[in-house]
Ligand binder design. Structure first.
Ligand SMILES: [Zn+2]
Length: 82
């Protein structure tokens, strides 16, 4: 791999469990959900890809399995009107 090749990473917030996208080369990422700042070196990505399309697909697949939807899934269930 050429140096400088950017990879897209999926980081799982160690505090709230939300999934968030990051770029390789960043040292840390702030969770958009809870604001927790985590170091990528101590919280390794659960997935990575060179393709932004692929990383979004992986993210969608993980979310559809209920991974990374955060600790408050019951809130989403309550919000759904069925
Ligand atoms: Zn968080």
């Amino acid at each position: 791999m050429a140096p400088g090749t950017k990879r897209y990473l999926i980081i799982r917030c160690e505090k709230c469990g939300r999934l968030t996208l990051a770029r390789s080369g960043s040292a840390s990422r702030t969770c958009p959900s809870c604001g927790h700042r985590q170091r990528i070196s101590t919280n390794p990505p659960i997935a990575s890809s060179e393709s932004p399309e692929e990383i979004r697909k992986i993210l969608g697949a993980l979310k559809s399995r209920g991974i990374g939807s955060g600790p408050s899934r019951h809130k989403d269930l309550r919000r759904g009107t069925q």
